[in-house]
Design a protein around this ligand. Structure first.
Ligand SMILES: [Zn+2]
Length: 254
């Protein structure tokens, strides 16, 4: 036997002309008429079996101001919820620059901190107060910083050696608008977001900054120098115009 049957269906909400929209549900367990309100379905009138449905409009009308006040509050609530960005933690992490893809697992433990641990290949475990999503994102970003230091800095050093450039220091950043930069003292800054780009793109960014260690501008001579080392770079730089789209949204959130 079915627990309940939906007898009438209306879209939830208010209708000034016709009164309040509602649906009727018969419940074998109901002893009297009950009004149920939910954000998703609006008003449901729950009635006992064999109830005389003609009595319902009068009951709803009597409670009208109470119902309308609640439905209005639900409408306001769902509007503010729509405006907020979705707060979802990533479950995967693709790092094309390193040819790596990772699964992310979140394990709550009784600590206030959040830590990222690699226990097996391809699997990132986030431990600690994982209900704090901001802390989880920060921990994952710290790990991306670390991977950049471990992988991109030695790569930069190798390229420098091969092409005869020297840089004094490499620092990792998470700038919003720059993939990399080079100071007049030869300090090269790399964004950890480079990890989200294709490998040959990153190679071009690294070579570009190395060229800045001898030429601090974007003159034709600069481009000629870069093209001598890697002829593809000019084409790749043009292709990189929309490359920011490859950075996942959660990485840009603060
Ligand atoms: Zn440049």
């Amino acid at each position: 036997m079915k627990q309940s049957d939906v007898l009438a269906g209306h879209s939830p909400g208010l209708d000034r002309e016709r009164g309040v929209d509602y649906r009727i549900r018969t419940s074998p367990r109901a002893r009297s008429v009950r009004l149920q309100l939910s954000a998703r379905e609006g008003l449901t009138v729950v009635v006992p079996r064999n109830y005389d449905l003609r009595r319902i409009p009068a009951i709803v009308e009597k409670k009208r101001s109470w119902i309308e006040a609640h439905l209005r509050r639900f409408a306001d609530l769902s509007e503010t919820m729509d405006r907020k960005p979705v707060d979802v933690l990533p479950e995967t992490l693709g790092l094309p620059a390193l040819g790596e893809s990772w699964l992310i697992e979140y394990r709550p433990t009784n600590t206030l901190q959040v830590r990222v641990i690699i226990e097996q290949p391809g699997r990132i475990t986030v431990y600690g107060a994982v209900q704090d999503h901001d802390a989880c994102r920060e921990a994952l970003k710290r790990w991306l910083h670390l991977r950049t230091r471990e992988e991109l800095v030695p790569w930069l050093a190798r390229l420098a050696g091969q092409s005869g450039f020297k840089f004094s220091e490499a620092i990792i950043r998470g700038q919003k608008t720059r993939w990399a930069s080079c100071s007049s003292k030869g300090t090269i800054s790399l964004s950890f977001k480079l990890l989200f780009l294709e490998r040959d793109w990153v190679r071009c960014v690294l070579l570009h900054e190395l060229c800045h260690t001898v030429m601090m501008n974007h003159s034709p001579r600069f481009w000629a120098l870069l093209s001598r080392i890697e002829p593809e770079c000019r084409v790749i730089h043009k292709r990189m115009r929309d490359s920011w789209k490859q950075v996942p949204a959660w990485v840009e959130e603060n």
